[in-house]
Design a protein around this ligand. Structure first.
Ligand code: C5P
Length: 405
């Protein structure tokens, strides 16, 4: 499937060092079958020449709002109507502020204001600018108006700092845009997801936790939204931004996660249990901090927690239930055993430990269901979540067809 084939994209390039990546982006959009017209802001031209983007896109680059020649060829209103999508990449902090304000004093902002087409932006800026309250508020406003925000990535920055604010790689921008154009196969469906670790308190300052970052569960929530679902995400203690349009409930312990799932499960069509829920918790919660001098050795007695996913799978009117299995050895064997024992419809298994699985940005999965399996190759957790969602939709539809047949 090539969702971008034949799509008319206005690519807005703004003043950021990442503007050099626009050349690659134009080429990749073309390879994906899109027709691209480039609009550059004045400061973008300080970083990359219009001639480069003109050559790659095969069309003159539009630069000025008040250029009579350009306006007579393809002016801002014509461009606004021509676009199936407007993509601003890189989107500087300044252009984000201008789009949020609805300014119209340069070509890119004027045509964005004049267009009824969907708008996607791929931010690129210094990490302090990215985390500034002004930028956060501007993005919130844009998101609330339906603007799609692609990225940013984090890592080394041109200014020598490290952090969030890097432009997504062109290959990922094209993948995300493709995804936005994919048919909404979960429209009208409700999906409940758990993600992250749980913390089980020992005393007021200590807890038993695990290394789950929640990244996979959050990526799955994002993929479910992209597929058109109404998504509720019950998250353990993690430091992650909530994906757009996701209803998030924060919890800390396995018990509260259990109660929240049972509160929310009614009316859910699909339940995806990504959370690394503690299997045991301390029987007793100490009222005061345990002091070192009081003990030569110390043991903490634990009791099992309730198995959330297994209990959901026991329900009479149960949704389609997907579990995860993080294993350090014999991954597929353990996963298939869990699929049976917990009564799941599907299980996604992955190897953890030795730098694999938790906290990292890439992952691979082996997915099993009653009479089938598929290996999903190592890729970013975002892409992996989309691949997994495609499988879930296939099997969910197959099961529902048999139910109603
Ligand atoms: O048994 P194990 O913890 O390996 O099973 C993993 C699967 O079970 C995951 O889907 C996890 O979210 C779920 N689980 C749960 N409640 C627990 C323990 C695990 O829902 N108490």
């Amino acid at each position: 499937m090539r969702p971008l084939a034949g799509k008319q994209i206005v690519l807005g390039v703004t003043g950021s060092i990442a503007a050099y990546k626009s050349a690659d982006l134009v080429r990749r959009l073309g390879d994906a079958g899109a027709e691209v017209r480039v609009v550059m802001t004045k400061s973008a031209c300080e970083f990359i020449t219009p001639l480069t983007l003109q050559t790659l896109s095969g069309h003159p680059v539009a630069l000025d709002l008040l250029d009579a020649d350009q306006e007579s060829a393809m002016g801002h209103i014509t461009l606004a109507r021509w676009a199936d999508w407007i993509l601003v990449a890189p989107a500087s902090a300044d252009v984000i502020a201008r789009l949020a304000q609805g300014r119209a004093d340069d070509l890119l902002s004027a045509l964005s204001l004049a267009s009824e087409s969907p708008l996607a932006i791929a931010p690129a800026m210094n990490n302090k600018m990215w985390s500034n309250q002004a930028t956060i508020a501007n993005l919130e406003l844009l998101r609330s108006r339906g603007v799609q925000v692609l990225g940013p990535a984090s890592g080394d920055q041109a200014c020598g700092e490290q952090g969030e604010g890097r432009l997504l790689e062109p290959v990922d921008i094209v993948a995300e845009l493709n995804q936005l154009l994919v048919p909404k196969k979960l429209q009208g469906r409700r999906v409940l997801i758990t993600a992250g670790p749980t913390f089980e308190p020992i005393d007021p300052v200590r807890f038993i936790g695990n290394r789950s970052s929640g990244k996979m569960g959050f990526a799955v929530a994002q993929a479910a939204v992209e597929a058109g679902a109404e998504v509720t995400l019950i998250a353990g203690p993690v430091h992650l931004a909530t994906p757009t349009s996701v209803n998030r409930i924060d919890v800390e312990t396995a018990q509260v996660m259990y109660e929240s799932v049972m509160m929310e499960i009614g009316g859910s069509d699909i339940f995806i249990s990504c959370a690394a829920v503690a299997d045991y918790r301390p029987i007793e919660l100490m009222e005061n901090k345990i002091k070192k001098i009081d003990h030569d050795s110390l043991s903490i007695e634990l009791e099992p927690t309730r198995d959330i996913v297994a209990d959901v799978a026991q329900q009479e009117d149960k949704p389609f239930v997907v579990g995860f299995a993080a294993e350090t050895q014999d991954v597929s064997l353990y996963a298939q055993e869990k699929l049976q024992r917990k009564g799941l419809d599907m299980i996604a298994a992955n190897q953890v430990g030795n730098g694999l699985g938790f906290s990292v940005d890439q992952n691979a999965l082996e997915v099993f269901w009653e009479n089938g399996s598929r290996a999903l190759a190592l890729t970013s957790k975002g892409q992996l979540a989309r691949d997994l969602m495609t499988l879930i939709i296939e099997q969910y539809n197959a099961k529902n067809t048999t139910k109603t047949a």
